[in-house]
Design a protein around this ligand. Structure first.
Ligand SMILES: Cc1cc2nc3c(=O)[nH]c(=O)nc-3n(C[C@H](O)[C@H](O)[C@H](O)COP(=O)(O)OP(=O)(O)OC[C@H]3O[C@@H](n4cnc5c(N)ncnc54)[C@H](O)[C@@H]3O)c2cc1C
Ligand SMILES: *[C@@H]1O[C@H](CO)[C@@H](O)[C@H](O)[C@H]1NC(C)=O
Ligand SMILES: *[C@@H]1O[C@H](CO)[C@@H](O)[C@H](O)[C@H]1NC(C)=O
Ligand SMILES: *[C@@H]1O[C@H](CO)[C@@H](O)[C@H](O)[C@H]1NC(C)=O
Length: 589
């Protein structure tokens, strides 16, 4: 409390300037993220698992009776055989567990976790065939570094290198492009090996090797972890190339028109949209000849080690703005944050040290992804990843869905109508760098994207108190329902709140084929959980109905108690999308 009051003595603008000075200082010592698996006994039994944010959408805790750290495919086989024989529920877990939903939780209290933390070796790089074969726990960072030593690169990847290859294909993770084989890493899989349960004749487990001739690969590529454990993955790479990146800031009035063509004009195009500021930052990003000079580096500022003092200050500021309904304060913080990021080129440098101007030209492996907050030099919590749950830092919801290219314009215009009605309504999410818009592409994976689309990635304040409504709660809820229900958006499997998955499986034309493969590979559903059954439409609903459920995205409100009437929030129709039901503030608390 004393901290808060002394903090309030300073004028807001001073605080913001101080915060932003912190933001630009990249300190050297950083704490590596905590292990998401914790066991109460030294023999790796009686465990809990969470994600990298330390919390699931429904705030429940997931338990497992044991964790097995398999370091070889053979250990996977023997573990899965033993557990299949015992009909024990199991799940694959990774070193960082970056997915938000409860994909990683085994069913019940007595399930077993199979971690790929030590299944992390690069097995082979074939320079002539331009392929890489690796174990599934290899991180994107390792993959990028190893391939580049042989002059090879993966062209389109997520922007964060802390993901494991098994986890990122398992949830359909992607970068941004409409070119080549598209934006998703799983569309570059040539072959994978997966260990699945089997009958006693097979010794209770078997290893399947799936290549592109085998249709089952379309199920195994984006599997949500429900088919078995992928042990090895072979990806198609290409020769090293260079890129030339320029961020162009423009007015957002014609964003709806531009979105359809921009992605065809630039190979690595994406957009960062700040709707309340009426601004879009277009990433003009293309391949250039290797001989072009430049040794640029992209060390994205929000993925750098961030000072925990600064994080606490920002969080306290946000908490105060929320509790005092200080929309102007949020808008000011958003504006300053945005202009700081734009002026710092989001972390791009022309030579790895300073930014001297656009275009930034450099090798693909130095520009495609980053995540320096994962690296640690010492164990003091001076800096960390901004969302590290051990410090007072960012705490947010993430809503991420893709809308077919032909529909994106209408969605954008609906959001713009909402901004007209509530000009300050979206400042809050602009503090989290606005709406990241990326091009994603139709895939042969049964649970992959169904058509070329734009992925909208929105991050916004979440209160530590599940019953505390957010400032402009209704506006973001309406955008979420617009995207997912009015425009039939497909959720990112590794992000989102529960309601985004409601009934969504029916929008995948081959989902029955996926379920048939699951039935063949794991007939007893040992790799399935209540959550995966709900998401796959097998049993029950992802919706959790209880007081305040709409505030946490566990339901769409249908009665006032799903919001928080005591704080003045009631369940009402949307402003632009009348079919939406959102928690709207009707009177001051
Ligand atoms: C900071 C940050 C940035 C991000 N940036 C992007 C981005 O740019 N683009 C994007 O698309 N996504 C992005 N994501 C989301 C991310 O892609 C997903 O959350 C990703 O799937 C998580 O990978 P993971 O290795 O942490 O897997 P986990 O979350 O641990 O696991 C995901 C699923 O895969 C399964 N699984 C894992 N390994 C195996 C295996 N070997 N065999 C079978 N199943 C397995 C798990 O059981 C689980 O169901 C980002 C996330 C964060 C935290
Ligand atoms: C693990 O240790 C606990 C005590 O810490 C013991 O009760 C349990 O039997 C042990 N389990 C195994 C599998 O060794
Ligand atoms: C527990 O897991 C660790 C890996 O973190 C491993 O080194 C250790 O051998 C395991 N202990 C047992 C008893 O299996
Ligand atoms: C499997 O079942 C047997 C017999 O019930 C038991 O002794 C053993 O501990 C079980 N193993 C696991 C991994 O649960």
């Amino acid at each position: 409390m004393s901290q808060i009051t002394s903090f309030m003595l300073f004028p807001r603008s001073t605080i913001i300037v101080v915060l932003l000075l912190f933001l630009l200082v990249s300190l050297v010592s950083s704490t590596p993220p905590e292990d998401p698996i914790k066991c109460s006994s030294p023999n790796n039994t009686t465990c809990t698992i969470t994600n990298s944010y330390g919390i699931f959408p429904d705030r429940s805790e997931c338990k497992a009776s044991r964790v097995v750290y398999a370091a070889t495919e053979q250990e996977l086989v023997s573990t899965i055989a033993e557990l299949t024989k015992n009909k024990t529920k199991m799940k694959v877990a990774t070193r960082f567990s970056h997915s938000i939903p409860k994909l990683v939780c085994p069913e019940g209290q007595n399930g077993i976790l199979i971690s790929t933390k030590y299944l992390n070796k690069i097995l082979k790089v074939d320079v002539n065939a331009r392929t890489i074969t690796m174990e599934s726990g290899v991180t994107l960072k390792q993959l990028i570094n190893e391939a580049s030593k042989f002059g090879l690169v993966l062209p389109y990847t997520p922007y964060w290198w802390g993901l494991s290859i098994g986890g990122l294909i398992g949830t359909g993770a992607h970068g941004s492009t409409l070119f080549g084989k598209g934006s998703s890493v799983h569309d570059y899989v040539l072959e994978l090996r997966i260990v699945v349960p089997s009958s006693s004749q097979d010794g209770f487990a078997r290893v399947l090797s799936l290549d592109q001739q085998n249709e089952d690969l379309n199920a195994a590529k984006v599997s949500l972890g429900v088919l078995g454990v992928i042990s090895q993955i072979t990806l198609q790479l290409e020769p090293m190339f260079k890129r030339s990146i320029t961020y162009l800031t423009k007015d957002d009035s014609d964003l709806g028109e531009k979105v359809g063509t921009f992605g065809h004009e630039h190979e690595f195009a994406d957009m960062i949209w700040y709707p309340s500021q009426h601004k879009v930052v277009y990433r003009v990003d293309d391949r250039v000849p290797l001989a072009t000079s430049g040794n640029g580096l992209y060390d994205f500022i929000p993925f750098r080690p961030t000072s925990s003092v600064e994080l606490a200050l920002v969080r306290t500021t946000e908490d105060i703005q929320e509790s005092t309904s200080d929309a102007n304060g949020k808008c000011l913080l958003a504006k300053t944050t945005t202009s700081t990021l734009i002026n710092a080129a989001y972390g791009l440098t022309n030579n790895g040290i300073i930014f001297t101007g656009y275009p930034v030209i450099g090798f693909q492996n130095r520009l495609q992804a980053s995540g320096t907050c994962l690296d640690s030099l010492q164990d003091a919590k001076i800096t960390a990843c901004a969302w590290d749950s051990r410090i007072k830092g960012e705490f947010f919801h993430q809503t991420t869905f893709s809308i077919g290219l032909s529909q994106a314009k209408n969605f954008i215009q609906d959001v713009q109508k909402l901004v007209q009605l509530e000009p300050k309504g979206l400042c809050g999410m602009e503090i989290y760098n606005g709406i990241l818009m990326r091009y994603v592409t139709a895939s042969s994976a049964y649970l992959g994207k169904q058509e070329d689309a734009i992925d909208f990635d929105i991050t916004y304040y979440r209160s530590k108190d599940p019953f505390a409504p957010r400032l402009y709660e209704d506006i973001l809820e309406e955008i979420e329902q617009l995207g997912i229900f009015k425009y039939g958006g497909l959720p990112h499997w590794g992000k989102n709140r529960n309601l985004a998955f409601e009934g969504v499986i029916k929008r995948y034309k081959n989902f029955q084929k996926f379920l048939k493969v699951k039935e063949r590979y794991d007939p007893q559903g040992l790799f399935s959980s209540e959550w995966s059954d709900q998401v796959l439409g097998i049993k029950g609903s992802v919706t959790i109905l209880k007081d305040g459920c709409a505030l946490e995205g566990l339901c769409i409100c249908s009665q006032d108690s799903h919001c928080n009437p005591s704080k003045g929030y009631f369940c009402r129709p949307g402003k632009v999308y009348k079919e939406a039901r959102v928690c709207t503030r009707l009177k001051s608390p």
